[in-house]
Design a protein around this ligand. Structure first.
Ligand SMILES: Nc1nc2c(ncn2[C@@H]2O[C@H](COP(=O)(O)OP(=O)(O)O)[C@@H](O)[C@H]2O)c(=O)[nH]1
Ligand SMILES: *[C@@H]1O[C@H](CO)[C@@H](O)[C@H](O)[C@H]1NC(C)=O
Ligand SMILES: *[C@@H]1O[C@H](CO)[C@@H](O)[C@H](O)[C@H]1NC(C)=O
Ligand SMILES: [Mg+2]
Length: 243
């Protein structure tokens, strides 16, 4: 069905040894179900929990064509992890998703199908579309939901990108589109995702939304704390003046 295109999945990992086997097997299953060509690129930032050893075992199972490990020495943040992984991507399209199973691989076929309907430049998973009743956030405590919804609301108000989920990070891009945008990106961390979509809109790329349910991670801890929220807001304000 999708034989002519190749998809590269960028999977940034930090302490994901428990989640990696499952997420990789689910991604493989998703692509095999539509007979699409793909590769998974794991960008691990020197996780102390053995994520890279687990990845090497998985490469023995799936093969080095399907699963690639492109590690970095230490935890350098998500934004630069995507830029690093992108350098090794051989696909025509790039998926970006979390490795902790918050982003269920079952949406991959739907996002690919959506991309094809109008040759969209970007297809983005949304947790917050009022038009899509099935999307949402599961397993988050009220405080976290409030923070996330508020962050998304403030960002939407400031940047007006005409997408319902700015801070989400489950997306499919044409590779050249992502390459073009990341060259210009100034933000780091959680603001990075937001800037990418705001820039995509500003550059006139076409964006379509697919409703997803975001499920909180099963294993491990989220790297989300007060100083990061402050950083997020500071980055957002900076972006408001830059864009
Ligand atoms: N390579 C790399 N991956 C990271 C880093 N920080 C987080 N991740 C990964 O990025 C994804 C999202 O991180 P997570 O902590 O789940 O963020 P949250 O869901 O917003 O709390 C997961 O796959 C993490 O393993 C980092 O500094 N470097
Ligand atoms: C990562 O795992 C190591 C050891 O397993 C632990 O000491 C460390 O606190 C973890 N870091 C994060 C950010 O979860
Ligand atoms: C918050 O997380 C960042 C990086 O993820 C870390 O450098 C910082 O020390 C943490 N701050 C607190 C208060 O835990
Ligand atoms: Mg997560």
């Amino acid at each position: 069905m999708s034989k002519s295109y190749k998809y590269s999945v960028l999977l940034p990992t930090y302490n994901e040894s428990e989640n990696l086997p499952l997420v990789v097997s689910m991604i493989v299953k998703a692509f095999e179900s539509i007979e699409a060509d793909f590769e998974i690129i794991v960008v691990d930032d020197g996780s102390p929990d053995g994520t890279q050893e687990v990845c090497k075992q998985l490469i023995k199972i799936y093969g080095s064509e399907r699963l690639l490990l492109k590690p970095r020495e230490k935890k350098l943040g998500l934004g630069t992890a995507y830029i690093h992984g992108l350098k090794f991507a051989s696909g025509n399209f790039v998926f970006i998703m979390d490795a902790d199973l918050s982003h269920h691989p079952k949406y991959i076929p739907e996002m690919i199908e959506r991309q094809k309907t109008q040759d969209f430049d970007v297809v983005t998973g949304t947790r917050y579309s009022p038009k899509i009743p099935t999307c949402g956030v599961a397993g988050w405590p009220f405080k976290r939901k409030l923070i996330s919804t508020t962050a998304n609301y403030i960002a939407t108000t400031l940047l007006n990108p005409k997408v319902s989920d700015l801070t989400g990070s489950y997306r499919l891009y044409k590779k050249e589109v992502l390459e073009n945008i990341v060259q210009k990106v100034i933000s780091k961390g959680y603001v990075f995702q937001m800037e990418i979509i705001a820039r995509a809109r500003k550059e006139g790329y076409t964006i379509s939304e697919v409703g997803i349910e975001f499920v909180d991670r099963l294993f491990g801890e989220s790297c989300f704390n007060t100083s990061e929220i402050t950083g997020f807001l500071a980055g957002l304000v900076k972006l408001f003046f830059e864009l």
